[in-house]
Design a protein around this ligand. Sequence first.
Ligand code: PLP
Length: 435
Amino acid sequence: MRYFSLNNNHHYVDFKEATLQGMAPDGGLYYPESIPVWNNNFIKNLKRKSKLEIGFEIMAPYVGNTIPEKELYSIVEETLDFEFPLQPISENIYSLELFHGPTLAFKDVGARFLSRCMGFFAGKLAKKIIVLVATSGDTGGAVAAAFHNIPGTEVIILYPSGKVSPVQEKQLTALGGNIHALEIEGDFDDCQKLVKMAFRDEELKKNILLTSSNSINVARWLPQQIYYALAMTQWDKGHEPVVAVPSGNFGNLCAGIVAKQSGLPIGHFIAACNANDVFTAYINTGTYHPTSAVPTLSNAMDVGNPSNFARILTMFQHDYQRIREMISSIAVSDVETLSTIKDVFETYQYVLDPHAAVAYKALQDYCFGHPGQKGFILGTAHPVKFPTVVQEAIGYSPAIPQSLGALMKKIKTACLIPPEYAIFKSTLLKILKNL
Ligand SMILES: *Cc1c(COP(=O)(O)O)cnc(C)c1O
């Protein structure tokens, strides 16, 4: 399998190069030159296959010969090392719970696959791979947990001081080893700016192999297809489900569409958005106007210019009518998010996190307008990660799972610096020199 840049379809690389580069040199996203079609037997026998077989068969064509089969098998095994239950909530709506991984968010799947691939490639290089990541909270934790103790990699995480939750801060700062936290006296945009400047710093890149781990990386994006297939092994409602995806950068939704194009029998998709509704407006009007993000209660979806929009257009050859046939979009306000968490808890005793609540409300509205339809939402985060919102909605906050208890007792280690590039660069070089 080769990948081309969406800015220039004459620039091709293999899976290894696409993973190590993250983004093409011309700033474009990488896209597979063809979407594999799964054979009928694979789809028919899905329910009889193990998680591992499913994950391996889905990823093998994308990885091609850049990773030997045996290695890929263990990468998939480590990636899927937790449960993906499809939980009933109401009669028509289920939740695919994607939050049973180490940092209680669906990003664990993509981050773990990416980290193991990077580790494998690092083993063949003479150099260490330095992963730079700016985070507003969730991404950094998933990346830190995924790369912790992966040989040949060092991770530098930049996070805004005082602006992440206590659980998130521990996930970023308490692991030690090859995970290094920089606490920036500024906001998330300052962190992102410093990372972008580092990627443009030719002098820095001459000496170290810098890479990013954000969701545009194909090795983080493509494995997200696997859990749509795992959901279908548990779906026994007869007709094809409607799937509601709480969306921000649209990587997760895009992965679901790729799976459907490969043959997975999903009926329809709903892009569930919060007040950041540029995609909803696009589906409704056919025009796309990216803006800057506004803050909401489902903050991992606060994106005003989703980076995977270019991939969605490519998937449908820029055919707006075909996009509308497969994807609906519904925007949900903060007030509706809170009332959905409350109603679902009171009626079904199920606690939604704010992101899943956006998806639930969108799917509920869709089913109301399309009687007889059933489906599932993607439960992208454990409600315990958003205690203040859940508390406001239902008056109590679920207990911190045992798996996090040990982490909370660990000691924070972070280097506090102002948001200035020269200081950031010398701190980075000092960390790397002392390894
Ligand atoms: C990142 C994230 C999302 C958005 O996913 P995209 O792939 O960027 O659309 C939704 N929910 C949670 C909890 C997240 O962390």
